[in-house]
Write a protein that binds this ligand. Structure first.
Ligand code: MF3
Ligand code: CO
Length: 255
């Protein structure tokens, strides 16, 4: 069941999203060789609480921290650790959600640590572009899988692959609401092109892109997802409201 959001509700999701943007901005500044993901998690938690908000992921299905990290071949949901120290050439996905005044915002960016390989650079560029191509399709009268198709085309045209095991989601009073937002067109034909999009739908669109095959597996900690073939993976996410006149990114950096 999809909950359509009023203007006031969208404004509240935007407020939560503003905190997410501020935290991700701060984390990307602090992401340098020598810093641990544990240190970054503490910075995020402290800043969020100082803003009067709550880190959305902590305690969600038992997730033990504020931020989900994913370094290099990790895809999503890496738990921070004092032993996970970032080094020059790594790429690291920072995925963060905040809960504020009854609503959630959710966003992810993948950032380079110092200078990275050309392949890593191009993976970041393509994954980010695919998110924006998907967002362009998030308009009333389009269908849900128009978003999925745009993302998939963008990624596969560059020879990379889209992860199937995780998808985007509706967001609002809950972190995960209907509808699921796949980053690929589901093969099961009876879904057709997906539901028709309407003003008031708010979704988190979050492509996860691998250099090699799309397959992922979860490590023994029960959380960290990695590529099966060991290739690099990147992840970008925005919370997006579908308005009468088109998509509005709620987790966009504003000066
Ligand atoms: N951004 C991810 C999502 O939307 C992270 C949530 S996973 C959590 O699903 F369990 F750690 F919260
Ligand atoms: Co999300």
């Amino acid at each position: 069941m999809i909950f359509l959001k009023s203007e006031e509700e969208i404004e509240k999701i935007r407020r939560a999203s503003d905190i997410v943007v501020e935290v991700l901005d701060r984390l990307s500044e602090e992401t340098k060789p020598g810093v641990s993901t544990w240190d970054l998690d503490k910075i995020a938690e402290e800043l969020t609480l100082r803003k009067g908000a709550i880190p959305a992921f902590k305690g969600y299905r038992g997730y033990p921290a504020s931020v989900c990290f994913a370094v290099n071949e990790e895809v999503v949901h890496g738990i921070p650790s004092k032993k996970k120290i970032l080094k020059e050439g790594d790429i690291v996905s920072l995925d963060f959600g905040a809960y504020f005044d009854g609503f959630y915002g959710d966003s992810a960016i993948t950032v380079p640590v110092g200078k990275v390989s050309q392949l890593a650079d191009s993976l970041l560029l393509v994954t980010r572009n695919s998110l924006y191509e998907g967002i362009k399709m998030a308009r009333a009268s389009n269908r849900l899988f128009d978003i999925s198709q745009a993302i998939q085309n963008c990624v596969e045209n560059e020879g990379f692959s889209v992860v199937r095991a995780f998808v985007g989601h509706g967001i609002g009073r809950k972190l995960h609401e209907d509808p699921q937002v796949p980053n690929f067109v589901p093969e099961n034909g009876h879904w057709g092109k997906g539901i028709r999009l309407k003003p008031g739908i708010v979704i988190a669109i979050e492509p996860m892109v691998n250099v090699g095959k799309p397959d992922v597996k979860v490590l023994g900690d029960g959380w960290t997802a990695v590529t099966v073939d060991g290739t690099l993976s990147a992840h970008f996410e925005h919370t997006v409201a579908i308005l009468e006149d088109g998509p509005k990114i709620l987790t966009e950096f504003r000066q």
